[in-house]
Design a protein around this ligand. Structure first.
Ligand code: FMN
Ligand code: SF4
Ligand code: SF4
Length: 262
């Protein structure tokens, strides 16, 4: 890495990517790097400091990532060799994400120094993940994070993806465009149970896609990206999914996720 300062732009709906970006941050700090963490959804791509190493930390969604994250990535400024790395979290397969981001990064003049995917619990879940499973995944991730940071520092990191899978998903996503998210919008409906809602406005404040309107009670517009933030972090569990009440998954508290502290 050319710069001793790393700016990590992260988004986390339910906590998984937050936990991983914290592991990466802690390891960079231990190795005497300066780390600034930014909430991706609140950041402007034009404000990115091209003299620092850029880290992107995002969840996989629809074998890629959320449209509001793509908006940030696609609007990053052109540069001449700024180092960029990618951390992603997924539940099973990262699909085309690393390949897609590598292509955009190279076209914009970034130096893609390393990409890694961490397996974490599925957050679109309708059952609670056992604490022991989460603990096991976190332990594994901790070791992976140490090695990834070491490889970044030693300029030995790789931009990892499973080539055949990645190209398959890359081509498929090119062909079908925004069909997956449209399908989700068709299949899954988020709603508010007004009798449980205390009108605290948290869901409205934390939605990264500006989908929630606050009337007397919150109401969803039709551009939800299913990041699961509102569902996971409503303090009253007043947001429900497809007319059923499921216990939402979360691996970190929203105050921690939104904190800019290292
Ligand atoms: C709408 C949606 C789509 C998802 N798509 C994928 C996917 O394509 N592949 C995968 O392995 N996991 C997928 N996941 C699971 C998430 O990537 C995974 O749980 C991630 O760690 C969540 O991160 P977060 O807690 O930081 O939001 C999806 C989750 C959601 C809510
Ligand atoms: S976070 Fe929950 S309780 Fe608060 S306004 Fe939204 S739905 Fe109502
Ligand atoms: S409405 Fe909820 S699930 Fe949809 S984008 Fe906003 S916070 Fe995410």
């Amino acid at each position: 890495m050319k710069s001793k300062t790393v700016d990590i732009y992260y988004f986390s709906g339910t906590g998984n990517t937050f936990l991983i970006s914290k592991m990466i941050t802690d390891n960079l700090l231990k190795n005497r790097y300066n780390v600034n963490k930014f909430l991706l959804e609140k950041s402007k791509p034009e404000d990115v400091n091209l003299n620092h190493t850029i880290g992107l930390a995002v969840p996989v969604a629809y074998y890629s990532t959320y449209p509001f994250i793509w908006k940030f990535i696609n609007n990053l400024p052109k540069t001449n060799g700024t180092d960029l790395f990618l951390i992603s979290t997924c539940a099973s397969t990262a699909g085309a994400l690393a390949l897609q981001i590598k292509k955009v990064a190279i076209a914009k003049g970034y130096n893609p120094i390393g990409a890694i995917t961490f397996k974490m619990p599925l957050n679109l879940t309708q059952t609670q993940i056992k604490d022991t499973k989460l603990k096991r995944l976190i332990e594994k991730a901790n070791i992976k994070a140490i090695h990834f940071v070491e490889s970044l520092i030693n300029d030995k990191a790789k931009w990892q993806y499973k080539t055949v899978f990645a190209y398959f998903f890359f081509i498929m996503l090119k062909l079908i465009g925004s069909l997956p998210i449209k399908l989700y919008r068709h299949l899954y409906e988020l709603n508010v149970n007004d009798s449980k809602c205390t009108q605290c406005g948290i869901c409205y404040q934390i939605c990264p896609a500006d989908t929630i309107r606050m009337y007397e009670f919150p109401r969803f517009e039709d551009n939800c990206e299913y990041c699961m933030r509102c569902f996971a972090h409503c303090p009253e569990q007043a947001i429900y999914f497809n007319n059923k009440t499921f216990l939402p998954f979360k691996s970190a508290n929203i105050d921690d996720i939104l904190s800019k502290k290292k």
